[in-house]
Ligand binder design. Sequence first.
Ligand SMILES: *[C@@H]1O[C@H](CO)[C@@H](O)[C@H](O)[C@H]1NC(C)=O
Ligand SMILES: *[C@@H]1O[C@H](CO)[C@@H](O)[C@H](O)[C@H]1NC(C)=O
Ligand SMILES: *[C@@H]1O[C@H](CO)[C@@H](O)[C@H](O)[C@H]1NC(C)=O
Ligand SMILES: *[C@@H]1O[C@H](CO)[C@@H](O)[C@H](O)[C@H]1NC(C)=O
Ligand SMILES: *[C@@H]1O[C@H](CO)[C@@H](O)[C@H](O)[C@H]1NC(C)=O
Ligand SMILES: *[C@@H]1O[C@H](CO)[C@@H](O)[C@H](O)[C@H]1NC(C)=O
Ligand SMILES: *[C@@H]1O[C@H](CO)[C@@H](O)[C@H](O)[C@H]1NC(C)=O
Length: 719
Amino acid sequence: MLSFKILETLALFTVAFSDLAVAETETAGGFGPSAYTAPGAFPTSVYKHYYNSPTATSAQPQPVIYDPVSHEIYPLELTDPSTLPKNDTHDPHILPPTASSGQILESAFQQILSIAGSSSFETNNCARCQAALQVGKFLAMAAPEQAPTFVVRVCEHFNFDQDCATTYGLDQLGWVITQVIANADVGGLDGQMICSNFISGLCSPTTTPLNLTNWFAKPKPAVLPAAKKPSGKRLKVLHLSDLHLDPRYTNGAEANCSAYQCCRDNVVNSQTPDEMVFPAPRFGAYLCDTPLSLMLAGLKAVPILAGTGRTGFDFTLYTGDLVSHDPDNQLSRDYVLYTETVLYDLIKKLINTGPVYPALGNHDTHNEYVALCFDAESNITKLSELKMLLTPLVASWGTSLVGVYQDRYAVIDSWLTVEPRNYDHVAGLWEHEGWLPQSAIDFARSHYTAYMVKRQDGLRVISLNTDMWYTANYFNYINMTNPDLFGMLRFLTDELQDAEDAGDAVWILGHVLSGWDGTQPLQNPTNLFYQIVDRFSPHVIKAVFWGHSHEDQLMIYYANNATSISAQAAQAVGWIGPSFTTSRNLNSGFRVYEVDSETFDILDAHTWKSDVNSYPQLDKQSVRGPTFEYEYSTRKAYGGSVPGWGPNDPLNASWWHLVTEAMEKDPALVTTFNTYQGKSSVRTQPCTGDCITAKICYMRSASASISQQNCIPGFGTVQ
Ligand SMILES: *[C@@H]1O[C@H](CO)[C@@H](O)[C@H](O)[C@H]1NC(C)=O
Ligand SMILES: *[C@@H]1O[C@H](CO)[C@@H](O)[C@H](O)[C@H]1NC(C)=O
Ligand SMILES: *[C@@H]1O[C@H](CO)[C@@H](O)[C@H](O)[C@H]1NC(C)=O
Ligand SMILES: *[C@@H]1O[C@H](CO)[C@@H](O)[C@H](O)[C@H]1NC(C)=O
Ligand SMILES: *[C@@H]1O[C@H](CO)[C@@H](O)[C@H](O)[C@H]1NC(C)=O
Ligand SMILES: *[C@@H]1O[C@H](CO)[C@@H](O)[C@H](O)[C@H]1NC(C)=O
Ligand SMILES: *[C@@H]1O[C@H](CO)[C@@H](O)[C@H](O)[C@H]1NC(C)=O
């Protein structure tokens, strides 16, 4: 500001506008002259003082302006064209006060209501859902301790669940959702997939383009190595899946209940809550998991029916899921550990299995299917990030949540540091039963139970933990444009390359199937898996095995991402093992493969079943238990429709493709397939019309992407 003296002088300023006007000519009608030309020189008398020369023509005059209210003089810098300001540090810039975490919660909830009711999204409910997730994300980051409450409130408001607090509270899925929303790219693919898979299909994201540059160490050999000569010696391999023991099964409880899991003390049929509709038989029921009585009866039947009582099986595959289908809040770590302990022990005691190669299922962790894992390159940096990510929770809940495996495939499982960790426990049981070599045990412990076993006979077995591509595993929704978030497919690829180099055959097993109707696995990881199968089939990968659906299903993997679906392009088969559990509406079953001991090709598959419909008649007596009986031979069921296949030719991908071609011509074969799919249950839904087309399509769809692209949805199950 200028000095006070000048101020006084300037205060005396007067302006006489009349002096300035120069009239030219008068016009009629009382107006002024018809034109006026201003003088060229600036009328300097208007202002008393100038910062520059007001008569210079090179710049605009800069008069000195006095403010009669503030009594201040405005400085030249304010209007000097050569000193344009960029950073106003003088004026006040007032931010809102920091909100308390309670206020953030309240405001987030109000924003959700506002977004839900907003007309600006019109019918774009995907964008609406992603906008809502953004609100949740910032709440989860700023006030994580409020996020579970928020999820419960949103759930209650929109009526997403009958009992939101017990489903989404902090101790249930609340902490998981908070972790995932805080870390996910909710404005991108992560958000679209969350909206698509958890909030009734609001978005329909497509498969992310896959960049396979540098993925494979070597290209697929132009000329595949000559197939090995069959030995003619047949191995017997047992395939068990989805035992789902229910140790809380209650004889006489409601077996036709309105809850998901029946035959429990706490369930009723909501239409007749005071009346028992169907008391649970001692040996099991269609809407229930396996009671111990059925478990023992069935496992004892296996070696008798397979004729392996004395010889034993050559080896056994277990494709996952041991634990019952309880709501999450009725499960616990101990319940899962108990079931693992009981079932592996029973398999060992009752069946002369040979080595058992197990895979972990989505029910075999707690929280169920929640596996928090970090990618292959995870190392100290990532692990420290992970610790930081968990620190707010540790601080607010006082629990030690941080547990890491310091390894290339660093993983923190859902049990974190609480001992024993599930992966340690499971691997420990496999070690205790003597099923896997030490190298596989050690690897499984530190790699979420994935492992490779190199057998002496030229076969390698690779077991995957498919929680890493299961749609219901929330932790898959962080950075999901990466098709291999956990490094598991990198591990698989490296192992397959090693096997190819050594001339060994490989069988792959896991729980959640990679394709069929595309509802269970995620697109991006199974799209990559499919390309890996293509790269190493049929010369390395001889078969793939899954469980999870409880149904007797099958999928074919083709070359070139199934762009040509033909017998020539068919390369590998994914066998989905029938479940032991009868849930839901299925009979109990198991399978035995006959396998050539040199080629590891499958020569036949024999399936047994037990009719659950007959179980009520077994109550109130102890003479007779359930009957397990032979259901069918795969070769006999479909072989007649594939001419030219010799009795020792394998039931490989070419054969199965020809079966699907025969099905196109003769829908009766689809009916046969459908019957077996439900293990001949009286409750199996018939397959007609679109179902026939859809089922053949599912058999030809071994990745989620291909299934979603090619097939009519809605006919995946016979339940
Ligand atoms: C603005 O000025 C402040 C205070 O001098 C300074 O800290 C800040 O870096 C400046 N910002 C820019 C964009 O120049
Ligand atoms: C694919 O990956 C390679 C190697 O990482 C990279 O050089 C290339 O730019 C990528 N291509 C595309 C289309 O992203
Ligand atoms: C099961 O209960 C429903 C009513 O909730 C009834 O319609 C149905 O017939 C019952 N089924 C059996 C097998 O009892
Ligand atoms: C991971 O850490 C180990 C041991 O600190 C180090 O040898 C290795 O190079 C690291 N790997 C990566 C990918 O950073
Ligand atoms: C997700 O990706 C971003 C960006 O690449 C990365 O900063 C972040 O660490 C990743 N998050 C997890 C949990 O891997
Ligand atoms: C399946 O077996 C047949 C008969 O041995 C053989 O010709 C064909 O190449 C095999 N197909 C695959 C995919 O291995
Ligand atoms: C394979 O096909 C599916 C279905 O069309 C597609 O979404 C996916 O991107 C394809 N994958 C590759 C590697 O081309």
